[in-house]
Design a protein around this ligand. Structure first.
Ligand SMILES: [Zn+2]
Length: 272
């Protein structure tokens, strides 16, 4: 079921990790950001759109993780975009075949994989998604995944954060990057600079936030990354007993991140 979160901006929530697909109304059809996740959910989204008499005229994937690279034949053959780095990374990871990725990533069986990752990279420095609708600014950064893009729909006061600024998921760093901590902090600074007039925050996973949540979540994510950097125990509601129902596994993600960072600093001979 589609739910309006701002004028001309609707979301479709998945049962998988509370993923949010985003629909933006344009002049000749809609822009669809990160559709997902289970087959029946994407079919429901396609039905909702056709009930509204809408067709999809453009798609966008915020980053090259499978749950953000999905599509379905029923959504049509509109061009699907991502940043150049996102598209290159997706191509690279899928070069060994979709089945291998599905197995390695543990993708649930109900997920349609036929059209996984078939996105066109927008040239680096592309400022806006090319489509006929309200301007959607691409805020590219390298936190969480290569070529990750958060999207700012200024006219509607909406920030589509991708896998940043979630109330349920901690910052999940791209551990393959040269400096994952600094990449993440730089991305938070970028979002802070861009999000001044945002009224609605849509994370890739988790609850929609109001104006008050934008800076609160930026601060919360920054505090978490600082704690991770300093190998401190974070006082973070998303980790530990205060985690929301069904999200206790996030504590395990936190433990693995700590471990990997410790191994990196051993390898690099740096301390703290
Ligand atoms: Zn992700």
């Amino acid at each position: 079921m589609l739910r309006q979160v701002a004028e001309g901006v609707l979301i479709h929530e998945s049962e998988f990790c509370q993923s949010n697909a985003v629909v933006v109304h344009g002049r000749a059809g809609v822009l669809l950001i990160d559709p997902g996740v289970h087959g029946y959910e994407v079919a429901c989204l396609a039905n909702d759109l056709s009930d509204l008499g809408q067709t999809v005229v453009a798609g966008f994937s915020t980053h090259p993780h499978w749950d953000h690279l999905l599509w379905h034949a029923r959504l049509g053959a509109a061009p699907r975009y991502g940043t150049a780095r996102c598209a290159a990374t997706a191509r690279d990871r899928l070069s060994g075949g979709v089945d291998a990725v599905a197995k390695a990533a543990g993708i649930p069986e109900q997920v349609p994989l036929d059209l996984l990752g078939l996105i066109t990279g927008l040239p680096a420095e592309t400022a806006q998604i090319p489509w006929d609708g309200p301007g959607v600014r691409i805020i590219e950064h390298q936190a969480h995944a290569p070529g990750h893009a958060s999207l700012l729909i200024e006219e509607r006061g909406v920030l589509v954060a991708g896998d940043m600024l979630s109330d349920v998921l901690i910052p999940m760093l791209d551990m393959n990057a040269a400096d994952p901590i600094e990449d993440y902090l730089a991305a938070l600074r970028l979002l802070e600079g861009a999000a001044g007039d945002v009224d609605v925050l849509v994370p890739g996973h988790g609850s929609i936030g109001g104006a008050d949540q934008v800076h609160a979540r930026i601060d919360q994510d920054r505090a978490y990354v600082h704690a991770l950097r300093d190998a401190r125990v974070p006082s973070d509601p998303r980790v530990g007993p205060s985690a929301k129902d069904g999200w206790d596994w996030v504590a395990g993600v936190h433990a693995r991140q700590l471990q990997r960072l410790a191994r990196r600093s051993e390898r690099d001979g740096t301390h703290g």
